[in-house]
Design a binder for this molecule. Structure first.
Ligand code: BGC
Length: 701
């Protein structure tokens, strides 16, 4: 269907008031029901969101849709909700999904997310969040895919495909929903890691680090984009014609619509960028915002602004056509409102298994001294404690509205089932002295620590990255008693593990793993499966090193005496891409198909990976490049490929990466994608430092 042509037919019948109504996104609650029904019946609501559970079953939802269909030309309201990393079944938070380095898995997970949300009457979700983040103090680092542009781009694309389907028409199917990649752009670079703070990013970094995930998401078919709360390089992003009209609509070719973040239009007055709400409405609409989220500025002011000639009717028509075309693509007129609720929905064994596998692939084994993991069968007694001992909902992470808790195993529940013959003592006492005293039960302490979901996510930034108060002391005390401490950390960000490192035998870092977390962690601890995650962010040793990320422009070794600190090493605690397995791998025979590649052709690089351990295992191969001489400063190394391969023990596998225009080029200052001839180094390895290298020349035809 030509959605724009169809949209034009509807637009031709609409009044100016109805058109502006489409540009209004309201938040709904039971208290506001009467007021919203009135607005809907006047055609003044284009979309709404609510934070209440089981909305499709409430009368309010049905009534709102009906009211919109009975108003004027009858355009149905679009119901959106923050279904961020799961609806009824929770998958790992974004950072955990990223640790999987597995785009197929992410696509599969988001397909389930879309189906569950759609079954609950939700047709639009404000995900994926793709803000590159180099500062773990920022609470919202939990929601995104970490610090790397290439990884974020592949996972952004996979999320969009999972939610919307790979073909444009798929979005109209009843099991697909509209995605809304966010927050355009640079939100993750907020000063001091303080949420929604000012951002300053060079044009080079903006275009080559922060922009590509949005390009990938839009190319994958994303039908909407959300702008951010912050200001960037001197402008509020939600009022920047350059960012919204030029970068998203012109350069990326978004044919869907841009929604502002909540209240950003009104916030233009707090920014002292607009004199009042009316002025703010004109600025936002003229900058390219098509739908105003939760400030009511557009419905209150746009009509007058059009009459005064301050906003053109063409701009309104452009915005409304974009919204209508997406509603048509979503088949919104024909979507039945389901009566499924969290109470009547049962997570199927297949969906549960996908959630468990996702959680397994999100779990990163950081330390495993003397191979203490997997737990030896000879351990007859185990002592389990820490704040996550009986946690279920807390495993889900930030942004959980509908996640089902009933019937979901905690880590302890799952462990008990796996180790029926082990004498496990669980201790959830609030008294740390009591917890310590009872540890005489075993020489092995499994400490299930980390941070509550309330300590990460929106508005939850922290200045100190240590484990929450008391946990480090408890861990150190166990070690001082001679116990072997097996530490599992559930968290929404990289924490500073420097202090506890000398006192623990192992660290399994699982982020907030979701519904499958308890089972996946128990399987990993007992060796039924291996930990599958690799770090999607660099772990600093100290907050003083922040920002610390692997793909810096400057190379440590090139300026060893300058880039150092005199009081601490400048090296991270754990590298980007790092993660142990229950086996070991050796890399050899790196090859490049030809030393001289013509621009436009692809370089093929391969490596031999041998499983040198005693178990079969999964290697996550990572391919990085360096553009040796370039007309704009480029990162010293940057990820350009990753592959997860299962290798039986004793066997070897050749893994190949293809590097073409998409991998070898970059944006110049004029936003052209350019590929420059010259030498490229290729590094393939198991993390960003543990690589072997080769090189080739890119030559002009
Ligand atoms: C957040 C967005 C979210 C929106 C709607 C805002 O506060 O920044 O990420 O989608 O609220 O809930």
């Amino acid at each position: 269907m030509n959605y724009i042509n169809e949209a034009k037919k509807i637009l031709a019948k609409m009044t100016l008031t109805e058109k502006i109504g489409q540009m209004n996104l309201v938040d709904s609650s039971i208290e506001k029901e009467e007021e919203l029904l009135k607005l809907a019946s006047e055609g003044k609501i284009g979309a709404y969101l609510t934070y209440e559970r089981d909305t499709s079953s409430t009368q309010a939802h049905k009534k709102l849709i009906e009211a919109s269909l009975n108003s004027g030309v009858g355009v149905p309201i679009l119901f959106g909700r923050d279904v961020i990393h799961g609806h009824w079944t929770m998958f790992p938070i974004g950072l955990g999904m990223a640790a999987s380095f597995n785009a197929e898995m992410v696509e599969k997970a988001y397909k389930i997310v879309a189906k569950e949300a759609s079954d609950n009457g939700i047709y639009w979700t404000f995900t994926p969040m793709m803000d590159i983040a180099r500062d773990p103090r920022w609470g919202r680092i939990a929601e995104g895919f970490g610090e790397d542009t290439y990884l974020s781009s592949r996972l952004a694309e996979a999320s969009v495909w999972g939610l919307q389907g790979r073909n444009r028409e798929d979005l109209g199917n009843s099991d697909r929903i509209l995605s809304c990649p966010k927050h355009f752009i640079g939100y993750g670079a907020c000063e001091g890691g303080r949420d929604a703070n000012t951002v300053e990013i060079s044009r080079n970094t903006l275009l080559n680090i922060y922009f590509p995930p949005f390009v990938a998401a839009i190319k994958a078919g994303a039908g909407s984009i959300m702008s951010g709360y912050h200001d960037l390089n001197g402008e509020p992003v939600s009022a920047s014609k350059y960012l919204l009209e030029t970068l998203i609509k012109k350069v990326c070719g978004l044919d869907g619509f841009i929604v502002s973040d909540a209240g950003t239009t009104n916030h233009l007055t707090n920014y002292r960028f607009a004199a009042d709400r009316k002025d703010a409405s004109g600025i936002a609409a003229n900058s390219g915002i098509d739908m105003d989220m939760m400030s009511s500025c557009f419905v209150e002011n746009l009509e007058a602004l059009v009459k005064e000639g301050k906003v053109s009717e063409e701009r309104i028509d452009d915005a409304v056509l974009r919204i209508l075309a997406i509603k048509l693509r979503l088949n919104l007129w024909n979507r039945p409102i389901s009566s499924l609720t969290s109470a009547s929905y049962k997570i199927s064994p297949e969906v549960y298994e996908t959630a468990v596998d996702a959680a397994r692939q999100a779990a990163v084994l950081l330390v495993n001294k003397d191979s203490v993991l997997p737990l030896s069968k000879d351990i007859r007694k185990l002592y389990v404690t820490g704040p996550f001992t009986d946690a279920v909902k807390e495993l889900f992470g930030t942004w959980v509205i509908d996640g089902i808790v009933d019937g979901v195993d905690s880590i302890s529940d799952a462990l008990k089932k796996k180790l029926p013959d082990t004498d496990i003592k669980f201790n959830t006492s609030r008294f740390t002295d009591e917890v310590l005293n009872n540890s005489e039960h075993s020489d092995y302490v499994l400490f299930l620590g980390g941070e509550s979901p309330l300590r990460s996510g929106e508005r939850n930034s922290i200045a100190h990255l240590n484990l929450p108060d008391g946990q480090e002391e408890q861990i150190i005390s166990f070690s001082n008693l001679g116990k072997k401490v097996i530490l599992v950390i559930v968290a929404g960000r990289p924490l500073n593990l420097t202090r506890v490192l000398p006192y623990v035998s192992s660290i399994l870092y699982v982020f907030h793993p979701g519904t499958g977390g308890g089972e996946a962690i128990a399987r990993i601890l007992t060796g039924e499966v291996e930990p599958g995650g690799r770090l999607p962010v660099t772990f600093p040793r100290s907050e003083g090193q922040i920002p610390l990320y692997y793909n810096s422009i400057q190379q440590r070794k090139a300026r060893a005496c300058q880039l150092k600190y005199i009081d601490i090493t400048e090296k991270p605690l754990f590298n980007f891409g790092y993660g142990l397995t229950y086996t070991s791998f050796k890399l050899s025979n790196i090859r490049i198909q030809s030393n001289s590649i013509k621009i436009g052709e692809s370089a093929k690089a391969s490596i031999l990976v041998t499983n040198t351990g005693e178990k079969s295992g999964e290697a996550v191969l990572q391919c990085y490049i360096q553009d040796c001489v370039a007309s704009l400063l480029r990162p010293a190394i940057e990820l350009k490929g990753f592959k997860r391969v299962q290798i039986p023990y004793g066997e070897s596998v050749t893994v190949e990466f293809v590097l073409g225009n998409a991998e070898l080029g970059f944006y110049n200052q004029e936003i052209d994608w350019i590929i420059e001839p010259g030498k490229f180094k290729v590094f393939i390895g198991l993390d960003c430092e543990n690589t072997i290298e080769t090189e080739f020349n890119l030559v002009i035809n």
